[in-house]
Design a protein around this ligand. Structure first.
Ligand SMILES: [Zn+2]
Ligand SMILES: [Zn+2]
Length: 363
């Protein structure tokens, strides 16, 4: 099968012919139909997060079940599925406590193959690493059944793929991690796929004011089309000061969809007394955030969000239903569709900041 392989940090992905194993007991072979290109993939290409190489990246994906392992009863060949990196074991204290996105993923519990098993992905004698137990920049994926949710087959694959990471991350940060109240004031920093989904989460939850912040004018226009009530250009003056002036003291909730030291600190500085900043974007390994300690006496809070605190097997079908009802816009998040051999263009375009989401489509 054709796949895009990362062999060296900061090098273009190479399109190669890779072999894939057959499903073991709880595994499922999936024909990839669409895979979004997410900023987290770029982090690994650039080395701000590290991974064993060579690796096939990609983790925002929808496809069709081709073949299931002998123990799989949840899925059958022909089912439409969305993959999620929040694979759950279903038996640890976090899974049982209702927070499966934080699953302990004990290596003893068979969510991944071990060193004694055949590699899932290989090229001749060379094993190729799987990324986040998915590796969706490839024509086929071999994944554990607990990384998949069966979904409505009538929704286009590109839209389903985006729900698999960006939409769930942004929407979930607002609805599930921060659990904002109707009437809240909200600011969202970064208006790519995740930020636009956070803006929509705030609209769906009934936020009174939704302030979108970005450096790119076209993204601020998109933000308005997705539910923002106000915009701030991050290139025009002090962002925090602007938010504080606009809201008479700061917002109730802020969301940093970028995950940069500066934006994380701004997200804390722009909340009012009693407000909460939620860090949604991935902050690079080793980066330290500095906060003004005085804010804690005002009961200001800052928190992380892992993939929208998802319980994806129940959340994603609900988000898909919101999409079908027209209350969640996903079509407009798909900026361009590319073939797998054009994947490096998707990363180049991401760096310019002009696109919401590029999606790799497969036949
Ligand atoms: Zn992602
Ligand atoms: Zn678990």
């Amino acid at each position: 099968m054709k796949a895009a392989v990362l062999r060296k940090i900061n090098q273009p992905l190479s399109i190669e012919d890779i072999s894939i194993d057959t499903p073991k007991a709880n595994e499922v072979l999936v024909q990839t139909k669409a895979s979004g290109v997410c900023r987290s993939d770029l982090h690994y290409i650039q080395g701000s997060y590290s991974h064993d190489l060579p690796v096939i990246l990609g983790h925002e994906v929808a496809g069709i079940v081709e073949k299931v392992g002998s123990n799989v009863t949840y899925l059958s060949p022909g089912d439409t599925v969305v993959g999620c990196l929040s694979i759950f074991c279903g038996r640890c204290e976090r899974c049982l406590g209702g927070r499966p996105a934080l699953c302990l993923r004990d290596p003893m519990w068979g969510l991944s193959r071990t060193g004694n098993d055949n590699p899932k992905l290989y090229k001749a004698q060379e094993p190729i690493n799987q990324f986040l137990r998915l590796s969706s920049f490839a024509e086929m994926m071999l994944v554990h059944e607990n990384a998949l949710v069966k979904v409505d087959p009538e929704v286009p694959f590109e839209q389903l793929a985006l729900i698999g990471c960006g939409v769930t991350t942004g929407l979930g940060a607002v609805l599930k991690t921060a659990r904002i109240e109707a009437g809240s004031t909200v600011a969202v920093i970064g208006c790519g796929g995740v930020g636009l989904s956070a803006i929509q989460g705030a609209r769906i939850a009934g936020a009174l004011r939704i302030i979108a912040i970005d450096t790119v004018g076209s993204k601020l226009e998109m933000a308005m089309a997705h539910g923002a009530t106000d915009t701030i250009s991050a290139t025009a003056g002090d962002v925090v000061q602007n938010v504080i002036e606009m809201t008479n003291g700061g917002v109730d909730y802020s969301f940093d969809a970028l995950g940069i030291k500066q934006t994380a600190e701004q997200s804390y500085d722009m909340v009012r007394a009693g407000g909460t900043a939620t860090i949604v974007g991935l902050i690079a390994e080793g980066v330290k955030i500095e906060l003004d300690g005085v804010g804690f006496i005002d009961e200001k809070r800052i928190q992380g969000s892992c993939m929208g605190s998802n319980q994806f097997r129940t959340d994603m079908p609900r988000y898909i239903e919101l999409y079908k009802q027209g209350r969640l816009k996903v079509d407009s998040l798909v900026s361009q569709k590319l073939k797998i051999n054009e994947i490096n263009k998707a990363f180049d375009d991401m760096k310019t900041g002009e696109v919401a989401r590029s999606v790799i489509v497969f036949n």
